[in-house]
Ligand binder design. Structure first.
Ligand SMILES: CC(C)(COP(=O)(O)OP(=O)(O)OC[C@H]1O[C@@H](n2cnc3c(N)ncnc32)[C@H](O)[C@@H]1OP(=O)(O)O)[C@@H](O)C(=O)NCCC(=O)NCCS
Length: 157
């Protein structure tokens, strides 16, 4: 008789791989958890464009059963004032899979990419209300460097 597994995946069995177009539905569902609800079709279109670029990386974390339980999007860019760096522009781990090392593994892979391409720093902006992220990043060695206000305007408004 097979023993029933607990939770959505086996603890400690999280792995990380590059995202594929077929991950769009899972990535979309997790985007909702991040507070950016999106249709799988929208995410698929964005993924197609992003995956075609050398300056972008999308990684997914898989639970022990091959289900996608987290994703990270990082992009490399060069700014006049701050040089060549990699920015983590999105990261989320499914609520039921948190504190099992998925976030740490995703960030470690993004950092390995940053080292490989010669980035001077890895940066991330995180909303002040994301309390767990303000425990998470310092635990990985990230140091808070400033507080910003994000302004937004539609280009044709
Ligand atoms: C932040 C987030 C990505 C962390 O993912 P995770 O897979 O749970 O993180 P890990 O299990 O790899 O945690 C690594 C370490 O970070 C710290 N940490 C993570 N979550 C924490 C929490 N809620 N409280 C305190 N410390 C925490 C711990 O030191 C942890 O190590 P430990 O579990 O051995 O003590 C996840 O909580 C999440 O998706 N939050 C909502 C979205 C978000 O805030 N995204 C980041 C926006 S940029």
């Amino acid at each position: 008789m097979r023993r029933a597994a607990r939770g959505p995946g086996r603890p400690g069995a999280v792995t990380v791989r590059a995202a594929r177009l077929g991950d769009a539905p899972a990535v979309a569902a997790l985007s909702g958890e991040l507070g950016y609800p999106a249709e799988a079709g929208q995410i698929r279109g964005r993924l197609r464009r992003i995956l075609a670029r050398d300056d972008q990386r999308v990684l997914v974390a898989e639970d022990g059963r091959g289900g996608v339980c987290g994703w990270l999007h990082a992009q490399a860019s060069e700014a006049l004032e701050s040089g060549f760096r990699v920015e983590i522009v999105g990261l989320v781990v499914a609520g039921a899979m948190r504190r099992r090392g998925a976030g740490r593994r995703l960030v470690a892979r993004a950092e390995a990419w940053a080292r490989r391409i010669g980035a001077e720093a890895v940066v991330v902006r995180s909303n002040a209300k994301r309390l767990e992220s303000h425990a998470f990043y310092p635990s990985l060695g990230y140091v808070a460097s400033k507080t910003q206000v994000v302004y937004r305007k539609q280009p044709r408004a």
